[in-house]
Design a protein around this ligand. Structure first.
Ligand code: SF4
Length: 479
C-alpha cells in the first residue's frame, strides 16, 4: 500500500488540505501537523479528527475489549524517572508472580468473558528465557482461546542483553528471542515503553531503557514475523510539542515500511494496529518532583525549554519547532531557557490531551485504531475522546498496577464502558485483539441496559491493586 501524498507547499491550515486529510486522501507533513496543533481551535481539530475516524470506522459502532493487565514482575533494572512501579528487587514489595498466580488471574478473566491478556513487567534480570517459554506454553495449554499480547520492546531489548542470543545484528538477536516466545504462545507485541522517541527527551526520562531505533526495530521484527503490534506515546512532561509530532511521524514512517513488507507477500507480515497516547502521571515519581514550568518568576514569558530543544535536528525537512514559532533567531545552546531542559515539566490537561489525540488521528493516516485513554484521563474525558478521533475505549480494567502507582486509579467494568460509548452516541461493541467484533450490543440485553443500580459501578470504587504476590526465588543471573 503506497503512502498517501503530501502537499508540502500548502500551509497546514489550508482548508482544502485539511478536507483531504480528513477524507483520507492526503497526508500532513510534520510542519503542517505542528501548525494544525497550534493553529486550529480545539473544536475544529476535534471535528476533523472525528470526520477522519468516521471514514475509517463508520458512524455506528465504537469498541472495547475485555482483557486483563498482568504485570508479572515489578523488579526492573531500568530507572525511568516517570515510573513509580519499579523496584530494585530487594524491597519488601518487590514481586514476581508465580506461573500459578498468573494462570489464576487468567481463569478470572475467562470467567467474565475476557479474550486476551496484556502482560508486561519490569525488566527482571533474574528470569531466564525458560521462565517465559514455560509460562507461555502453560497459558496456551490451559486457555487456548486467550490471546497473549505481551512483552513490550524495552523488555525484548533486555531479553537480548539477558539471554545473549546468537546473531550478527540487534535485529537478528531480537528475532531469535521473539521466534522462541512466539513458538511458545506469544501472539502479539504491545507498544509499551514508547514514551517520547526524540533522543534528547528519551535520554533524560528513560534511564536504562532502549532508544527509539531499538524500539522501532523490535516492532519491525514482530511485523516481519506476522505479529501485530500497537504503538504508544506518553507526553506532557519535558518534551516540546514538536517532539510529539516527531514521535507520530516515526510511527507512521515505520508503518509505511511494515505495510510495504506486507505487500511483498514473502510470508506472514503484520503492522501496527493501534496507537494510544496519554499524559504523564506524576505522583510518586522522580520526574513528578521536577518543578512546573512557570514556578519561577518570569518563566512563562520565555519559550518552554522542551520547545527550544524539541526534536533535535531530525525534524522533517530541516524544520524544528524553533523554525516555526519565531524562535529562529535563537541560538539554542545560549538560549536562556535551554539549561532548564529536563528541569521543568509542562503537565498536560484535558484539552491538551484531546488536541494531541485528535492530531494523532490526522497524522497517523496508516494506523487503523486510535484508543482513548480513560485510564489516565478519567471516564468522562475518555468518553469525550470518542468525538476527538478515538474509535476504541480499550479494556475494562480488572487490575492496574503501573499507572495507579503514579496516582491514577480509574477502573471500569463492562456495563460502564458500554454506557460511556452509548452516551457518546454509538453502539458499544466488544472486539478482539485484531479489532474483529465479538459482540455488538445493539439489543436490550446489552451489559449497560441490564443495569438497574449504577451505584455499584462507580469508577474509583472498583479499583483494586494486585495483591502482594509471593516472591519466587530464581538463581539465574544476567547472562
Ligand atoms: S517504566 Fe518500565 S522499564 Fe521504566 S523503570 Fe518502570 S518498569 Fe522499568
Amino acid at each position: 500500500m503506497a503512502p498517501l501524498p503530501t502537499h508540502d507547499h500548502l500551509p497546514g491550515l489550508d482548508s482544502g488540505l485539511l478536507a483531504a486529510v480528513a477524507a483520507g486522501h492526503a497526508r500532513l507533513t510534520g510542519a503542517q501537523a505542528l501548525e494544525v496543533f497550534h493553529g486550529l481551535p480545539l473544536s475544529e481539530l476535534g471535528r476533523l479528527a472525528d470526520a477522519r475516524c468516521r471514514v475509517i470506522h463508520g458512524d455506528a459502532l465504537r469498541t472495547y475489549v475485555i482483557d486483563r493487565n498482568i504485570n508479572y514482575t515489578n523488579v526492573c533494572n531500568a530507572k525511568c524517572t516517570f515510573c513509580a512501579f519499579r523496584r530494585d528487587g530487594d524491597e519488601q514489595d518487590a514481586y514476581t508472580l508465580s506461573h500459578e498466580a498468573i494462570l489464576d488471574k487468567i481463569a478470572e478473566l475467562v470467567g467474565i468473558g475476557g479474550t486476551q491478556i496484556l502482560m508486561q513487567g519490569g525488566m527482571n534480570p533474574a528470569l531466564p528465557l525458560d521462565w517465559y517459554t514455560r509460562l507461555l506454553s502453560s497459558i496456551k495449554n490451559r486457555f487456548p482461546g486467550v490471546h497473549i499480547h505481551a512483552f513490550s520492546p524495552p523488555e525484548f531489548i533486555e531479553f537480548v542483553h539477558f539471554f545473549n542470543p546468537p546473531g550478527a545484528t540487534l535485529e537478528d538477536k531480537i528475532r531469535w528471542v521473539m521466534v522462541r516466545l512466539r513458538d511458545a504462545g506469544l501472539d502479539s507485541v504491545p507498544g509499551g515503553g514508547g514514551e517520547i522517541f526524540a533522543p534528547a527527551v528519551r535520554r533524560k526520562i528513560g534511564l536504562g531503557k532502549c532508544d527509539a531505533e531499538a524500539w522501532l526495530t523490535t516492532m519491525y521484527v514482530a511485523h516481519s514475523l506476522g505479529m501485530f503490534t500497537s504503538a504508544t506515546m506518553m507526553f506532557g512532561h519535558i518534551e516540546g510539542y514538536a517532539d510529539r509530532v516527531d514521535h507520530m511521524l516515526r510511527v507512521r514512517s515505520w508503518q509505511d515500511k511494515a505495510l510495504e513488507l506486507k505487500g511483498r507477500a514473502e510470508g506472514p507480515a503484520a503492522h501496527y494496529v493501534s496507537f494510544i497516547s496519554w499524559p504523564f502521571q506524576r505522583e510518586n515519581t522522580p520526574l513528578g518532583r521536577v518543578p512546573d514550568w512557570g514556578s519561577s518568576p518570569g518563566e512563562l514569558e520565555s519559550p518552554f525549554p522542551g520547545d527550544v530543544i524539541a526534536a533535535g535536528g531530525d525534524f522533517p525537512a530541516g524544520k524544528r519547532a524553533a523554525d516555526l514559532f519565531d524562535y529562529d533567531a535563537i541560538d539554542r545552546a545560549k538560549h536562556p531557557t535551554a539549561h532548564l531542559f529536563g528541569k521543568r515539566v509542562r503537565m498536560s490537561g484535558s484539552t491538551d490531551y484531546l488536541r494531541t489525540q485528535a492530531l494523532s488521528r490526522l497524522v497517523l493516516d496508516n494506523v487503523y485504531s486510535i484508543g482513548a485513554s480513560w485510564v489516565t484521563m478519567g471516564p468522562h474525558i475518555g468518553q469525550v475522546a470518542l468525538a476527538y478521533g478515538a474509535n476504541d475505549m480499550g479494556s475494562v480494567m480488572m487490575e492496574e498496577n503501573v499507572v495507579s502507582s503514579a496516582g491514577t486509579t480509574y477502573c471500569l467494568d463492562e456495563p460502564v464502558l458500554c454506557r460511556l460509548i452509548r452516551g457518546a452516541g454509538f453502539i458499544p461493541a466488544q472486539r478482539d485483539n485484531r479489532y474483529d467484533l465479538v459482540t455488538v450490543h445493539s439489543g436490550e440485553d446489552a451489559p449497560d441496559l441490564r443495569v438497574t443500580d449504577w451505584s455499584k459501578h462507580r469508577a474509583k470504587a472498583m479499583h483494586q491493586q494486585a495483591p502482594k504476590a509471593a516472591k519466587v526465588s530464581l538463581t539465574v543471573a544476567k547472562a
